[in-house]
Design a protein around this ligand. Structure first.
Ligand SMILES: Cc1cc2nc3c(=O)[nH]c(=O)nc-3n(C[C@H](O)[C@H](O)[C@H](O)COP(=O)(O)OP(=O)(O)OC[C@H]3O[C@@H](n4cnc5c(N)ncnc54)[C@H](O)[C@@H]3O)c2cc1C
Ligand code: FES
Length: 260
């Protein structure tokens, strides 16, 4: 694992996809010069947080290019709301790269399953994968696709499917049906998932039933991000509580219970 570092980075841009009050945006910071792996995350604390909120916020590293290091962020509370209003030149204290990462096996057919903003780590994963033609993406989303930086996906991606959840009761069943139909083709293959907990529970159940190896990125609520506060624990199959920030966020599905 890389040694992580705390740095003050500068906001390069906040791209809200043309919306004045963006629900979702790409936040790009000056490059920290890190070596990071897709699936790892960083703790971000803009100077504009002042004393409220106190804690930094965890975000998956989405991609990196000449412009800097980018995160795909959904604005859903005070911290991410303040991030949406950052301006170029402002300072963000960033601690990272943190945690475990998704396996990358060039010879293994690999299915990436993303729920909403859970697309973030797969942008970097697909861009860096040595054989993108062996990758398939299924992305379930509520926001329109124009809110996602899909141009970051490599052109040679094997297959991709997008499912718009309009919030109707039947949409959940249809999405689970889509997941089941795709996962069953990956017996012996690799299934990677990032998204909300109910989605991860479904992926775990279907992947294990299909005989696929699956890795899940868990979005526990975090405070310190350093393994110190026990705010982010999940249960492993031995019945122990383990810290998602220190032992995850990416776990093999068979190592965790995801108990409700
Ligand atoms: C490893 C990891 C990677 C993540 N990657 C992304 C990403 O790429 N893009 C993105 O938009 N969001 C991501 N999240 C979720 C993001 O951290 C939360 O949406 C964010 O912290 C909410 O902060 P807030 O102040 O806006 O909301 P509030 O509800 O005001 O936050 C209150 C507290 O709860 C914590 N919290 C709230 N929701 C979550 C959540 N879902 N996960 C973790 N902590 C939460 C906050 O850190 C804070 O301590 C990730 C979470 C984790 C754990
Ligand atoms: S967030 Fe404090 S131990 Fe994980």
């Amino acid at each position: 694992m890389n040694r992580n570092r705390c740095l003050d980075l500068t906001v390069v841009s906040v791209d809200g996809f043309g919306q004045a009050e963006p629900e979702q945006f790409v936040l790009t910071l000056s490059s920290p010069g890190w070596k990071w792996r897709p699936g790892q995350f960083a703790m971000l604390r803009p100077a504009s947080f002042r004393q409220d909120p106190v804690w930094a916020r965890p975000l998956s590293i989405a991609f990196q290019d000449d412009a800097g290091l980018s995160f795909l962020v959904q604005s859903c509370g005070r911290g991410t709301g303040l991030m949406a209003r950052l301006k170029p030149g402002e300072t963000v204290t960033v601690w990272g790269p943190i945690g475990t990462w998704f396996a990358s096996e060039p010879e293994t057919p690999t299915l990436m399953l993303a729920g909403g903003v859970g697309l973030a780590p797969f942008l970097g994963y697909a861009a860096r994968h040595p054989a993108p033609d062996r990758l398939e993406l299924v992305h379930g989303h509520r926001l329109p696709l124009s809110a996602f930086p899909l141009g970051r996906l490599p052109e040679g991606l094997g297959r991709s499917e997008f499912f718009l959840d309009r919030g109707r009761p039947e949409d959940v069943a249809r999405f689970i049906g889509l997941l089941e139909s795709r996962i069953k083709d990956y017996a012996g293959g690799l299934v990677l998932a990032c998204g909300p907990m109910p989605f991860l529970r479904t992926v775990k159940r279907l992947a294990e039933a299909a005989g696929a190896r699956a890795q899940l990125s868990l979005e526990s609520r975090m405070a310190c991000g350093l393994g110190a506060c026990l705010g982010c624990v999940t249960e492993n199959v031995a019945g122990e509580l383990v810290q998602v920030c220190a032992r995850g966020p990416v776990f093999w599905s068979t190592d965790v219970t995801l108990a409700e």
